[in-house]
Design a protein around this ligand. Structure first.
Ligand SMILES: Cc1ncc(COP(=O)(O)O)c(C=O)c1O
Length: 390
């Protein structure tokens, strides 16, 4: 790659600090290894083979994805134990079967009896009428999704309605492996103290271990007990009974993770490089060429600090400088004191820290990699590609 600095890059551009990335990866990997839990990183955040390979170092290579496009991309990159972590539907079984025929142990999740029956039917070669296709005599690996309190997908704990019915269909079907149970404590994001997050982590643990024990008590094996979000992986005080954790956003971290205490302010590896495109002193604002598409309109970080808007400015020349409004390609940057416009001439560049790294990164097809430990992050030392879409 020809020598480049971030001043040569087109804007907006996605900048990844390799030094911070490596620290984030090591912290989580060491923490889970020391706890005796396997790491199955959720690569929906990074969507990058290069980052995925580094993330699983010291573990056994298992990963999580959120789309079939990611599953195909990581399979091509050499990953062979892949959990597709979004509830499956019968129409996706042929695509899953195709990857499994290539030797990829692509596992899926469901909390639905009709889907479990469809998987069983496809495995035994019977036609599934609603999908219009037959996967035909395939093998499948399924985890049952449990709701540990987040209120998104999964059978709600402790009632676990229908758990045994779904489990028996999968367990009895020839060609189907009931691999275990999984949950994601998304509600951990609404706490900003270690104790608060640790309490959610314990709730997550009890729910998923409770579901596994219910299966085992009924003679159904449950080898994988899978949990995790970044906050619960960082703050859990007891992993007993959990076999693997699936944090994702920890690879980069973001303003939301910093505010809730999953990481420190210095642990944010991702930023958006933008150009200043206008000065508006009468309203104390500059415009940048990073708007809603380049940053996303995710407001998760506003829950604990409303003034972050859609992202904050790195090394800002005024207090609380942030993108306070967005149109498609314009970001409106304001501050809590007069902006020294001379410090930010039109054409100069700023870096913006994202509220939610996973969503911001989704607009880009590559990371421009810098290294703050080499030269303060000025040179572009590498470029990593990403997979987007479905
Ligand atoms: C099913 C599932 N597992 C794991 C994760 C990773 O959690 P986090 O983004 O907090 O790292 C997510 C994130 O949305 C998820 O949906």
């Amino acid at each position: 790659m020809s020598a480049q600095t971030i001043d040569d890059l087109p804007t907006p551009a996605l900048i990844l600090d390799r030094a911070i990335l490596n620290r984030n990866l090591k912290r989580m990997s060491d923490r889970l290894r020391d706890a005796g839990v396997m790491l199955r990183p959720h690569l929906k955040t990074a969507k990058s083979i290069e980052i995925g390979r580094r993330a699983v170092e010291g573990h056994d290579g298992r990963i999580t994805v959120s789309t079939l496009a990611e599953a195909r991309y990581f399979a091509e990159g050499g990953f062979t134990d892949i959990l597709y972590g979004v509830g499956v539907v019968p129409s996706k079984l042929p695509a899953i079967a195709e990857l499994r025929r290539q030797g990829i142990n692509l596992r899926m999740v469901t909390d639905n009896l009709a889907v479990a029956q469809a998987v069983a039917a496809a495995a035994t070669g019977r036609f599934w009428p609603q999908s219009g296709q037959s996967a035909g005599g395939e093998t499948f690996s399924v985890l049952i999704e449990i709701d540990s309190g987040g209120g998104r997908a999964g059978l709600p704990y402790p009632e676990l309605p229908g758990l045994l019915d779904i489990a028996r269909v999968l367990h009895k079907a020839p060609g189907v492996e009931l691999a275990g149970v999984m949950t994601h404590a998304g509600h951990s994001y609404h706490h900003n103290t270690p104790d608060g997050i640790a309490a959610v982590a314990e709730q997550e643990r009890q729910a998923i271990v409770g579901a596994a024990e219910k299966l085992r008590a009924n003679g159904i094996p449950c080898p994988i007990v899978s949990a995790g979000s970044t906050p619960t992986a960082m703050h859990s005080r007891d992993f007993t009974g959990i076999t693997e954790m699936r944090p994702g956003v920890y690879v980069f971290n973001d303003l939301d993770q910093a505010f809730i205490g999953s990481c420190s302010a210095g642990d944010l590896a991702l930023s958006v490089l933008a150009s200043v495109i206008g000065h508006y002193p009468h309203r104390n604002q500059v415009l940048v060429d990073a708007g809603a598409l380049a940053l996303s309109k995710d407001i998760s970080a506003q829950e604990f600090k409303p003034q972050v808007g859609y992202g904050t400015i790195v090394d800002a020349p005024a207090q609380d400088m942030a993108v306070i409004a967005c149109s498609q390609e314009h970001g409106f940057v304001g501050a809590n004191e007069p902006i020294p416009f001379g410090n930010l001439p039109v054409g100069s560049r700023v870096r913006i820290l994202p509220n939610h790294a996973c969503i911001t990164a989704a607009a880009y097809d590559r990371y421009y990699v810098v290294d703050s430990e080499l030269d303060g992050g000025k040179s572009v030392v590498d470029v990593y590609d990403r997979i987007n879409g479905w």
